[in-house]
Design a protein around this ligand. Structure first.
Ligand SMILES: NC(=O)c1ccc[n+]([C@@H]2O[C@H](COP(=O)([O-])OP(=O)(O)OC[C@H]3O[C@@H](n4cnc5c(N)ncnc54)[C@H](O)[C@@H]3O)[C@@H](O)[C@H]2O)c1
Length: 308
């Protein structure tokens, strides 16, 4: 028995979600960008999906899109602020009432908070952590007991970011803090949830064409008055997407494959691998030689583990 568990379990656990047709999903931040891309792909795969989002205009646009695709019977929408725990409980009640069950939980809602750490206020930290990390905590606390109780297996997807592995050089401290915690949270849940036939995946996106630039304009009032990032957020809101950034449907397709295979890490952009290599080489180099080489050998070498 290892105190820290075995890294083998991180990559090789089998899932229970190969057959998704007829199952049901709940997607936070599901009315725009990557969340909408995931919802669309899940609907195409035969799931019924509840999209939950803080922005009514996004929900209306998303519903109109599903209608135009002839898929409106597969989708229900709900206004939800993921930082609102009572609202989450109501959303879960409504999801179970309308869908009958939730097999796939996608904690995707997030805000691209960006600014120098030196001018960040508590409002900035609270907003960045409450939405990006707290939203996923609230989702797990609300839905996991129900998913376990329904005894049908399931899958939890958490949208993190490549910033979790290699933060952008500047202005990403709050965002990267939350996103790295999401990655650790997903990794840490994996072994325990396997006992309930619930798989987990962490989506680590690179750049996508979405509405994330607008997030600051929709800060909830309680996080707004003492923000140190107003100027940054107004600048960010006018940023244009670069043509090479990806289509959110691509993220959706990768997530669908990951759910079916119970694949832990979903990395969308291979271009960033070099940054990860630099980081992980640094981490590996920082490990001292083991005091007990036999024990180290018995604990196994992670390098030989191949994803399932
Ligand atoms: N766009 C990228 O390049 C990129 C890269 C890495 C990670 N991500 C992550 O992907 C996720 C989705 O972002 P996106 O880029 O699609 O942005 P987006 O703004 O297009 O979509 C996010 C949705 O979440 C909703 N939302 C925001 N705060 C919420 C709250 N408190 N409660 C409920 N819904 C809320 C927004 O209204 C929006 O509809 C986020 O977690 C983001 O951090 C995005």
């Amino acid at each position: 028995m290892h105190i820290f568990g075995s890294p083998r379990q991180l990559v090789t656990l089998r899932g229970d979600m190969e057959q998704l047709n007829g199952k049901c999903a709940f997607v936070t931040g599901g009315a725009s960008g990557i969340g909408l891309g995931i919802a669309r792909v899940l609907v195409d795969a035969g799931l019924r999906v509840m999209i939950a989002d803080i922005r009514k205009d996004h929900l209306e646009t998303a519903l109109a899109l599903f209608e135009s695709l002839g898929k409106s019977r597969s989708v229900v929408a709900m206004e939800l602020d993921v930082t609102d725990r009572e609202g989450f409980a109501r959303a879960a009640d409504e999801a179970y009432e309308k869908l009958g069950a939730v097999h796939v939980l996608v904690s995707n809602a997030g805000v691209g908070i960006a600014g120098p750490v030196a001018t960040a206020t508590f409002d900035d930290w609270d907003w960045g952590l409450d939405v990006n990390l707290g939203g996923a905590v609230n989702a797990v606390c609300t839905f996991l007991p129900r998913m376990i109780a329904q005894r049908q297996g399931g899958h939890i997807v958490t949208t993190s970011s490549l910033s979790a592995i290699t933060p952008s050089p500047r202005n990403a401290t709050i965002y990267a803090t939350a996103k790295a915690a999401l990655m650790a949270m997903t990794e840490a849940m994996r072994d325990e949830l396997a006992d309930h036939r619930i798989g987990v995946s962490v989506l680590l996106p690179g750049p996508f064409k979405t509405n994330i630039r607008e997030a600051g304009r929709y800060r909830q009032p309680r996080y707004r008055s003492r923000s140190g990032y107003r100027a940054e957020e107004e600048r960010l809101a006018t940023r244009e997407d670069a043509p090479e950034w990806s289509d959110p449907l691509d993220a959706g397709r990768m997530v669908l494959d990951a759910i079916r295979a119970n694949q832990l890490y979903v990395i969308t952009h291979g271009e960033y691998r070099g940054w990860a290599e630099v980081k992980f080489e640094g981490i590996l180099a920082a490990y001292p030689p083991p005091k007990d080489p036999d024990r180290a050998r018995a604990m196994g070498r992670t390098r030989t583990v191949k994803p399932a």
